[in-house]
Ligand binder design. Sequence first.
Ligand code: PMP
Length: 404
Amino acid sequence: MFNVETIRKDFPILSRKVNGKPLMYFDNAATSQTPKQVIDVIVDYYSNYNANIHRGVHSLSQEATDKYEQARHKIQKHFNAKFAHEIIFTSGTTHGINLVANGFSSILKKGDEIIVSALEHHSNIVPWQMLCERTGALLKVIPMNQEGELVMTEYNKLLSKNTKLVFVNHISNALGTINPIEYIIEKAHQVGAAVLIDGAQSCPHIKPDVQALDVDFYVASAHKMCGPTGEGMLYGKESWLKKLPPYQGGGEMIAEVTFEKTTYADLPHKFEAGTPNICGGIAFGAAIDYMNSIGFDVISKYEHELLEYATSQLSQIDGLKFYGTSKNKASVVSFNLEGIHPYDVGTILDKLGIAVRTGHHCAQPIMDYFKIPGTVRASFAFYNTKEEIDALVTGVKKAKMMLS
Ligand code: PMP
């Protein structure tokens, strides 16, 4: 039985005060909070078996290696990859995207086409622009509509035999829209294009099945799903990962090195040069265990209730306009108060202990589309409560009064 008060006890940070008020944390889409089950794993690592992995014969090194590889298996199981070596540890979503973009530098040629969407985070735009500059490929954009949904009829028109890659986020961080990735993947495959799904925002809400999706690449960040920052994963189909060249050279990623020729290690090590964030990987595994112990069905059902409640309460405020009104949404509300800069609203909320994000959310093209500088974004996690949402609504009303 899901009991939010019991869950909240797992998160030490939720009992702290900010500006003399109890913290109400609604910036979960930027980074989620960390339960003690994960914090304990981090403390245990540095207290008891901190050592470099894969190359030591001594016991600590073997212990750390075993735990790190167990974490890889947990991630494999969670995302339902066929093989553990299809999971590459990264420093986060951004790293995973750059790894793939870099790999395609040697595959794409002039005139090839890459499709991204109008709903992307900058980390799913800039690496592809850089790839286009390197290869002469063309970047095309799936447009969005006023509800913040991608227009699939336009997507279909963009696809052609020249399309080599399609990159879309599973859930938009700025608006919360859940994109029809099953359809996007199927259509891309019909023209022979590979698909990368940016799962940075879906991983806290949905348990994706990469085999059922038949997706070529899927990337996620641990810190969005109760794990540590600076840690993440790239799933890639074995056939693709074998085809792509290494991203970085260094220790750990080689089979043999001479000054004449170096051969590369097998997967996954080919893409894991240097000493990784060992503790981060192990803690990522612990975060996955933690979230699965609650259950993603339970989490998304509860978060949906929070979304509906917040939407109905906030919509009663005169002059409040929502951005991103798709019916298919994760627990994110993005809004503005008429005539008031989002930054000012965020500053007043902070004084009340309420953490929201303000600005363009690293998704400037979305803001340009709506002709606004940014929004106030409240993103809910399974440890938020309706009482906190009541406080948010009161805070927004207060901000409106003070700033109008
Ligand atoms: N894509 C999306 C949709 C995101 O929300 C984020 C994080 N805000 C990223 C990519 C980048 O993730 P990271 O900073 O963990 O690499």
